[in-house]
Design a protein around this ligand. Structure first.
Ligand SMILES: Cc1cc2nc3c(=O)[nH]c(=O)nc-3n(C[C@H](O)[C@H](O)[C@H](O)COP(=O)(O)OP(=O)(O)OC[C@H]3O[C@@H](n4cnc5c(N)ncnc54)[C@H](O)[C@@H]3O)c2cc1C
Ligand code: FES
Length: 269
């Protein structure tokens, strides 16, 4: 189990009024990280374990830096957003199980779907897929409440050579509506089973995407977000019901956060 290290913040970006991106110098985490894994992050040297919060690895750079992208929700994220370059943050990671990166079956394609801050892990994932599977085409769907939350991120994906299809709740950018609707419209004519879907976002969005993939016999991996007190399999506070029901509970911090969609009991949350 990785211990906590203190990492210097080298850059802070404001992506929208309440969305920030922090770059941290953390070579050991960068060297070991896989897309879909996360870190527990807290501001400064505080020893209060209740102030550590889980964040997906947003980007991992060759020079040993890592990035997290987050929205300010409550006390933990407010403290992180107040940090400036030169300050230190407590980091534990990389934690959990990441996405599987092998080529899809049947000469298929990849499809990345992110909603809200669920977009965060898709950058690292997209870059790794491009590096490992450069010949496999990759579709990308991004959902947000409004253009302000997603326009810069969509432009950054374009710089990676991807063509994001965007859905916004208020119609201010791209399709006006929900990502699963846009997915069904856009991929209606996509034949065959060879699509590997990677999805991260709010529970209802992932449940809808999982149901659609099941109908189409597409493989679907989801990255779940739950409340996490410890992040290291010590508190059992992150359990979700598995699809077998009964005693089948999965711990998001240890067994996930990435799961095969069919392993989750979507209707019980
Ligand atoms: C594996 C994992 C990866 C994550 N990656 C990211 C990321 O890349 N970017 C990002 O912005 N966020 C991410 N999150 C969510 C992030 O951890 C929470 O937003 C953060 O912990 C909120 O902390 P806070 O102290 O600001 O708010 P708190 O004071 O802890 O919470 C404020 C309110 O939000 C609710 N809440 C907090 N966290 C969650 C949650 N996960 N699900 C539902 N309700 C919640 C609380 O019940 C409370 O009502 C991730 C979560 C997990 C489990
Ligand atoms: S967060 Fe404590 S066991 Fe998963």
């Amino acid at each position: 189990m990785p211990g906590q290290l203190l990492a210097e913040i080298t850059k802070k970006e404001k992506i929208a009024s309440d969305i920030f991106r922090l770059t941290l110098q953390a070579p050991d985490i960068a060297a070991a990280a896989r897309p879909g894994q996360f870190v527990m992050l807290r501001s400064g040297r505080s020893l209060d374990p209740l102030l550590s919060r889980p964040f997906s690895l947003h980007q991992v750079m060759a020079d040993g830096q890592i990035q997290v992208l987050f929205k300010v929700i409550g006390e933990g994220t407010r403290r992180l957003a107040a940090l400036e370059p030169g300050a230190q943050a407590g980091v534990v990671g990389p934690l959990g199980q990441g996405f599987s990166l092998e080529a899809p079956a049947d000469n298929g394609r990849f499809c990345l779907i992110g909603g809200g801050m669920g977009i965060a892990p898709l950058f690292f994932l997209a870059r790794e897929l491009q590096r490992r599977q450069p010949a496999v085409p990759c579709d990308l769907f991004l959902g947000a409440r409004t253009a302000r939350e997603v326009s810069q991120l969509a432009e950054e994906f374009q710089l990676l050579g991807l063509k994001p299809q965007v859905a916004t709740d208020d119609g201010s950018l791209g399709y006006g509506g929900l990502v699963p609707e846009l997915l069904a419209i856009s991929l209606a004519n996509q034949d065959g089973p060879g699509l590997r879907v990677y999805c991260c976002g709010p529970w209802p969005m992932m449940a809808a995407v999982a149901a659609y993939c099941r109908q189409r016999a597409w493989e679907c991996q989801v990255s779940l977000e739950t409340m996490m007190a410890c992040g290291i399999s010590a508190c059992l506070g992150c359990a979700v019901q598995g699809s077998a029901g009964g005693e089948d509970y999965l711990h998001v911090c240890k067994d996930g956060p990435v799961f095969a969609a069919e392993d989750i009991a979507w209707s019980r949350e």
